[in-house]
Design a protein around this ligand. Structure first.
Ligand code: BDR
Ligand code: CA
Length: 314
């Protein structure tokens, strides 16, 4: 089994991605770590515990950061994910499940130390927990098997940010953290808007899940009503597949093409949160990319293959 920690801010598409991992037969979910983002840290941690309890997911849930490394958190995007970040479906007032006593970064360090070179991390929220992990124990980077990040917009075929023209939500939510994790020498693949906006789930696709994928399919249908309405109000008829694209990369990287190179994240001015890669194949005068490790950025995706994988897994 392939061990993975899912770092997440559930979140409609986060919840869909968590169920994708949960149902993947080759995966052992070693933990769920939460971050602020689509909701406050209280809300996203509650939502992660709720999904774990409802779907019998045995992995511990460890509560993560409630604010970025620098400054205050942006207001949660309730117009995208609803006020409770799960599309405003009814949630119980209380849960039996409890969070792990450790903060997310400590949970990650302990898990990786206990199984060196075996644990991958799929990170689909702000990068704050990963940055805190590195700050606490820089040596951990060499012990993590692989990191897959949903985040960034790398300008492939003109794709721009979704919060500003320069920046994608997970990165602008904590640009300092994103720049720190990209500076570290651990193998990261960025699954950015360049590919996540290329794959869409239509109403028919979601209705088919509701019909054929049991409890998980019903839940995905229910939570995606609000999210779908947000997309449709913006003139996009079917929903973008953000966080599940990162899971799909983890499960089946051959669905994607990638490009290698050093990555910087802008922390200044109008480009704050912008992700920029210097492809290994290009050379420039000495600059901000020098001495940084190469990471992969997804440049294209087999969307039909990805949707088939999601459907068959659920
Ligand atoms: C990312 O931002 C969040 O709203 C989604 O869950 C996804 O991780 C897309 O920009
Ligand atoms: Ca997310």
């Amino acid at each position: 089994l392939r061990k993975v920690i899912f770092d997440t801010d559930p979140g409609v598409d986060d919840a869909m991605a968590l169920l994708f991992l949960h149902h993947a037969p080759e995966v052992e979910l070693a933990g769920i770590t939460t971050t602020f983002g689509n909701g406050t840290i209280d809300q996203t941690t509650f939502n992660a515990l709720y999904i774990a309890e409802r779907f019998g997911i045995a992995a511990p849930v460890a509560r993560g950061a409630g604010a970025p490394l620098v400054g205050a958190a942006m207001a949660p995007p309730d117009f995208v994910h609803g006020r409770n970040a799960l599309g405003d479906v009814a949630l119980p007032a209380q849960l039996r499940a409890r969070a792990d006593p450790r903060p997310a970064y400590r949970f990650i360090i302990d898990a990786v130390r206990a199984a060196p070179h075996e644990i991958s991390i799929v990170a689909v929220g702000r990068m704050t927990n990963l940055a805190l992990t590195l700050r606490e124990e820089p040596g951990i980077a060499s012990l993590v098997k692989e990191i897959v990040v949903m985040g960034g917009a790398f300008g492939i075929a003109g794709v721009q940010g979704n919060v500003t023209p320069a920046a994608e939500a997970n990165i602008i939510g904590d640009p300092e953290a994103a720049d720190e994790i990209a500076a570290a020498d651990w193998p990261i693949t960025f699954v950015g808007l360049d590919v996540t906006q290329k794959t869409r789930m239509s109403t028919d696709f979601l209705a088919d899940l509701a019909e054929k994928s049991g409890e998980s399919g019903h839940f995905v249908w229910d939570i995606s009503r609000f999210y779908e309405a947000f997309h449709q109000a913006g003139g996009v008829s079917s929903i973008y597949v953000h966080d599940s694209s990162a899971v799909a990369y983890f499960l089946k990287p051959e669905l994607f093409t990638t490009r290698s190179g050093a990555i910087r994240v802008s922390t200044d001015g109008i480009t704050r949160g912008m992700t920029v890669q210097k492809p290994d194949t290009l050379s420039y005068p000495p600059g901000a990319w020098d001495g940084r490790p190469s990471h992969r950025v997804c440049t294209s995706v087999d969307s039909d293959g990805l949707l088939d994988l999601y459907r068959s897994t659920l």
